[in-house]
Design a protein around this ligand. Structure first.
Ligand code: 3HC
Ligand code: NAI
Length: 701
């Protein structure tokens, strides 16, 4: 009947099976197949009831996201039409769910009269993460089944709900051991034989009636979600749809949902969030490292240096159930580092986000040593000692001698040349960079830095390891600062120049925060600590090209002993024990002084100028990185920025955002700035120029 939807008759029950790997996405062909199967089953006297299920790994991953925004639009029937027809059936319809029922997949199940799920199933309405609302009745049927407060939680968070909880909430009717399709056929048969009345979610009202005429429920919910939802449109739209479910008849509520769905689907935010979805999946694909490249199993790990980064990295392994040995220079350093790890876990336990038992299990996976001899078993070693080439080479020489020949040796260096580190070993093919972001146990990004000799097996193994330890690994090449920090530098410089020209730190931070970043450059500096960068700049002073514009403002702050939050003063001041930045007249005074000392007549700097001057050079640097082949694709750069720096997902990352702005606009400004300042950091990237002149974007590459 259809390639993607099959039907078999079992005991008078038509079992309709979605057969569209990998996720049984509900694209046009599946929808048509489903509608035909349904029509046939309705017309067939040998069919008393129906079961809807999915073949392969899951019930359904929902609508086919690739169809969104397609031109011409995908064919009919639309999903809501198919689901409404299922719900309207006079013959009982049972959903047999396993794996996942997500988005439109769950909405399809909600249209069925009974929902049974296999143990281990997870359901969700993740549309909000794609910048849209559930668009096939989900916002109207779910509250009718589980009540408004629970529906708000499920729909606005978009999070996975495990089967047992879904059963308790009332999303599922039963969770079954054994074969779920067998159970569903039996249930359908029983409904027919025992004439059990059909319950249609759309026709129930009592659960939503509880919240009818109570706007305060929604006001309170919006207040609660405000921090997490900052800048996003979709969470608020979800609330609006659920409020419609509470207050309007089903048909009107559905019309509201439809209208909002269609509007959001066309929005830049949804385009950006869909881009993010695919970008996250693209990163795993590496041109010269095919999918079937053999990977080494990682059963045990070691971390060298248990400071700020090493401690967090060790936690990542323990969290993933991988035993890890931590190596330090002395017992004292070990005790200190392990103490911080234990306190970190204890804090998570006290917040109720980890059980004491799990904490003990994780700590039990972390062993420690001061002897290289204890590292001979490790499959992978991550080095996180001080940022010093001579020291790193010394450590890698020792590791090369102590570790088994097949072990991968990784460095967490943030600025040093991975090839030079690799050359201290006899196995440069097994050396790679794993650049974690601070705090390493929290931040999801790993820039995996390929050296000239890193083998395909080493790269494939480390990319897989990133996933295993719950990170998103992006493969990058060697350059100063790699992808993220190199682009960050281009942005930071401009911020300092704007201070000299007329802006103040809190103005710049506000513009960047309002753009959607978690914080502005100055609050970020205060959080990270200002002294490390200052020391690096002092070392570089002698070799800095004289013609290059250099702002002394950051150095002047450090000269006052203001190193950021750790000294309660940096670009801002901090009340003891508080992390809230407070603008400080001392700093503003100093900024004015620096302007005067460097001969600037201060002027009004507009918010728009701040945004453009900070962000366009960042994008320009991204284009240079692409040109130089240091990132595989523009979307990889977007992933680096979303996961390493909190670039707002609803803008899709800097390169996607740049396409929306228009590369012509960015190129024109870069050219102007470069003409004005003659600074190589501002030189338009050849790729930017080329794309701008062709009227294309990074997304067209
Ligand atoms: N549409 C189109 N493609 C999809 C898809 C979808 N809904 N879900 C997954 N894919 C693709 C992925 O892009 C990937 O393609 P690739 O191999 O070319 O990179 C492939 O399917 C496999 O996906 P994953 O690598 O993510 O596979 P996993 O097994 O790790 O995860 C999953 C499976 C949990 C289902 C995960 O893919 C997922 O979360 N998918 C999206 C679910 C979702 O957001 N659904 C809502 C869609 S919107 C909707 O339904 C609107 C409705 O309300 C009208
Ligand atoms: P840190 O100073 O907090 O920790 C370094 C640790 O290494 C100390 O505990 C020290 O005792 C130990 N150590 C020094 N020599 C050693 C040796 N020979 N053998 C074993 N241990 C030794 O430094 P941090 O911040 O953890 O940085 C470590 C590395 O991570 C550096 O390469 C740094 O550039 C990089 N990095 C740092 C980030 C950050 O935000 N702090 C972010 C990303 C990378």
């Amino acid at each position: 009947m259809s390639d993607v939807v099959t039907v078999t008759n079992r005991d008078g029950v038509a079992v309709i099976t979605l057969q569209s790997p990998p996720v049984n996405g509900l694209g046009s062909a599946v929808r048509s197949g489903l509608q035909s199967a349904l029509d046939a089953a309705m017309a067939d006297d040998a069919v008393d009831a129906l079961v809807v299920t999915g073949a392969g790994k899951m019930f359904s991953g929902g609508a086919d996201i690739r169809e969104f925004g397609q031109s011409p639009p995908p064919g009919t029937p639309h999903l809501p039409t198919v689901i409404d027809a299922i719900e309207a059936s006079e013959k009982p319809v049972v959903a047999a769910i396993h794996g996942f029922a997500l988005g439109g997949g769950l909405e399809l199940a909600l249209g069925c009269h009974v929902r049974l799920a296999a143990v281990g199933t997870r359901v969700a309405l993740p549309e909000v993460t794609l910048g849209i609302v559930p668009g096939a009745g989900g916002t109207q049927r779910l509250p009718r089944l589980i009540g408004v407060p629970a529906a708000l939680d499920v729909i606005v968070s978009g999070s996975m709900v495990p089967a047992a909880r879904a059963r308790t909430l009332g999303i599922l009717d039963d969770v079954v051991e054994g074969d779920v399709v067998d159970a569903a056929v039996a249930r359908a048969r029983r409904m027919v034989d025992e004439r059990i009345p059909i319950r249609r979610a759309s026709a129930t009202d009592d659960r939503v009636a509880e919240t009818r005429g109570k706007p305060e429920v929604f006001v309170a919910f919006k207040k609660k979600m405000a921090r997490r939802a900052r800048g996003f449109e979709a969470p608020y739209a979800c609330v609006e749809c659920i409020e419609a479910a509470a207050n309007l008849p089903y048909a009107e509520g559905t019309a509201t949902e439809r209208e909002i769905f269609v509007k959001l689907l066309a929005s830049d935010q949804s385009k950006a969030q869909r881009h993010a979805f695919f970008a996250e999946r693209q990163v795993a694909k590496i041109a010269d490292v095919p999918k079937d490249t053999p990977r080494r199993p990682i059963k045990t790990a070691a971390v060298i240096g248990c400071g700020t980064m090493g401690g967090g990295i060790a936690m990542n392994f323990a969290n993933a159930g991988i035993p890890v040995t931590v190596f330090e220079v002395s017992q004292e350093a070990l005790d200190k580092g392990l103490g911080i790890i234990a306190r970190n876990y204890a804090a998570t336990v006290s917040k109720g986000r980890l059980s004491q038992e799990d904490m003990n299990a994780r700590l039990g996976l972390i062993s420690s040593t001061v002897s290289y001899d204890d590292l001979s078993d490790a499959d992978v070693v991550v080095e996180a000692v001080f940022e010093d080439m001579a020291l790193k080479r010394e450590v890698f020489g020792q590791l090369d001698a102590a570790c088994k020949p097949e072990a991968i040796l990784a460095t967490n260096t943030s600025t040093l040349d991975v090839d030079e580190i690799a050359s201290a070993t006899s196995r440069p093919d097994k050396v790679i960079g794993t650049h974690f972001f601070s705090p390493a146990n929290v931040m999801k990004l790993m820039e995996n830095v390929r050296g000239a000799q890193s083998s395909a097996e080493t790269i494939a193994t480390i990319m897989k390891l990133s996933k295993t330890i719950g990170k998103i690994g992006v493969l990058v090449g060697i350059c100063d600062g790699f992808v993220g920090n190199r682009m960050l530098y281009a942005y930071r410089r401009q911020a300092d120049f704007l201070l000299e020209e007329g802006a103040l730190p809190d103005q710049i931070d506000k513009v960047i925060y309002d753009f959607g970043m978690p914080m502005g450059p100055y609050a970020m500096g205060d959080l990270a600590g200002l002294d490390v960068g200052w020391r690096i700049r002092q070392r570089q002073a002698a070799t800095r090209p004289a013609h290059l514009r250099y702002s002394t403002v950051a150095d002047r702050i450090c000269e006052l002993g203001r190193f950021g939050q750790k000294t309660n003063a940096g670009w801002f001041r901090y009340e003891p024990g508080s992390r809230t930045p407070i603008p400080d007249p001392v700093v503003n005074e100093l900024v004015l002084q620096v302007s005067a000392d460097n001969g600037f007549t201060r002027r009004e700097v507009s918010d728009q100028e701040i945004l453009e001057r900070c962000m366009y050079p960042l994008v320009n640097e991204g284009a240079k990185i692409l040109d130089e082949g240091l990132a595989q694709r523009a979307s990889d750069i977007d992933v680096v920025w979303m996961y390493g720096y909190g670039f707002p997902r609803y803008r899709g990352g800097p390169m996607f955002w740049a396409d929306l702005v228009g590369l012509g606009t960015i190129y024109d400004m870069m050219r102007r700035l470069h003409d004005e300042h003659g600074d190589y950091w501002l030189e338009p990237a050849p790729l930017l120029k080329q794309l701008a002149e062709q009227g294309r974007g990074f997304g067209d590459l």
